[in-house]
Unconditional design. Structure first.
Ligand SMILES: CCCCC/C=C/C(=O)SCCNC(=O)CCNC(=O)[C@H](O)C(C)(C)COP(=O)(O)OP(=O)(O)OC[C@H]1O[C@@H](n2cnc3c(N)ncnc32)[C@H](O)[C@@H]1OP(=O)(O)O
Length: 308
């Protein structure tokens, strides 16, 4: 139902010629193909956009660029998470798409993580539904058979870091104002077991334990030192580096790479799938505790004061 609504709401991008570039191909309005339209045709770009996500798929390379666009900080609310999962699923089943570059359309911010307002002052049903959407986003992204590259062009705490960690490769902009990490303990909350699993898989047990206990946020160069990201590049080279790395990964036969990826990731994915309902129940009973609600409210107040 949500999927159908979202697909119906995809914007048809206007071509300069007056035709439209729909997600399913180019339609000429006036029967005459201009040179601009021909250029667009030769690069075969399909684009679609929802409220908080935009996707451009270059059919020649088979690479889609998916941008988060929820200013001011790309916090992950229910709607963004749902759009994300639906768009990724659409690309997953699209034979023309082999890789996705995940990045942000908001300057200086990749994603501020889960929208804290979704976890404060709401009822248990809401929390359950929200958590299912968070799980779904992760299952789709971590379980994707496509090559996924995070082009981290801004700060990426908590859930933003989880998204980046779920990709196959991470490139971050060299700007010491940007930070990345799973900082949940700084909010007075505990990162769920699957957040813990994935950071452990990426940076190893010792570094993950220290990082999680202290809720550490790293500068790009420190993140590189512990293996939380794979490359630090100049701010204006993030997208081009992501495209170059993607092209390299796509030289490998999909079948062999996909099976290898699935072999590596299956145990963690299975663990959440098996315990999915229990994880939701745990989240709801944890988040509805008075002490946790207080911690989150205090954190939000601190953020608001800082912004003034
Ligand atoms: C069992 C429970 C487990 C749950 C696991 C939880 C995972 C999570 O992801 S929890 C979220 C953790 N996120 C953070 O700690 C990040 C908090 N935000 C920041 O550190 C900063 O906002 C920033 C570095 C991302 C950006 O800084 P800046 O550009 O200076 O922007 P502001 O701080 O002024 O923020 C602007 C605006 O946005 C609101 N906001 C920021 N983050 C969130 C968020 N995660 N959720 C909701 N709203 C957020 C902030 O309050 C400001 O609002 P206004 O004051 O109304 O403008």
């Amino acid at each position: 139902m949500i999927a159908t609504l979202l697909i119906q709401h995809e914007k048809l991008e206007q071509l300069p010629s007056g035709g439209t570039l729909s997600p399913y191909g180019v339609h000429q309005k006036h029967g005459q193909i201009t040179s601009q339209a021909l250029q667009l045709l030769s690069s075969q770009r399909r684009q679609f956009s929802n409220t908080y996500i935009s996707v451009k798929l270059d059919e020649t390379s088979g690479v889609a660029v998916m941008k988060l666009k929820r200013p001011p900080v790309n916090s992950l609310n229910m709607e963004l998470l749902t759009e994300f999962a639906i768009n990724l699923e659409k690309l997953e089943i699209d034979r023309g798409c082999r890789g996705v570059i995940l990045t942000s359309a908001v300057p200086r911010i990749f994603s501020a993580g889960l929208d804290i307002t979704e976890m404060c002052g709401k009822n248990a049903d809401h929390y359950g539904e929200f958590w299912r959407a968070v799980q779904e986003m992760w299952l789709k992204l971590y379980g994707s058979s496509m090559v996924t590259i995070a082009a981290i062009n801004g700060s990426s705490p908590a859930g933003g870091c989880l998204m980046a960690l779920s990709c196959d490769y991470r490139i971050i902009a060299n700007n010491k104002k940007y930070t990345i990490g799973l900082n949940e303990t700084q909010l007075g909350i505990v990162a769920p077991f699957w957040f813990k699993d994935i950071i452990t898989e990426v940076i190893g047990h010792r570094a993950a334990e220290r990082s999680l206990q202290l809720g550490m946020l790293y500068s790009p160069t420190d993140a590189l030192k512990i293996g939380l990201v794979d490359e630090v590049v100049a701010e204006d080279k993030v997208q081009s580096t992501a495209s170059a790395v993607m092209a390299q990964w796509l030289t490998l036969p999909d079948h062999a790479r996909q099976i290898t990826k699935s072999m590596m990731r299956k145990p963690s994915l299975d663990r959440l799938v098996t315990h999915r309902e229990a994880d939701i129940t745990n989240f709801v009973s944890y988040i509805t505790r008075d002490s946790i609600q207080k911690s989150l409210q205090m954190y939000m107040e601190m953020l608001k004061k800082k912004g003034r």
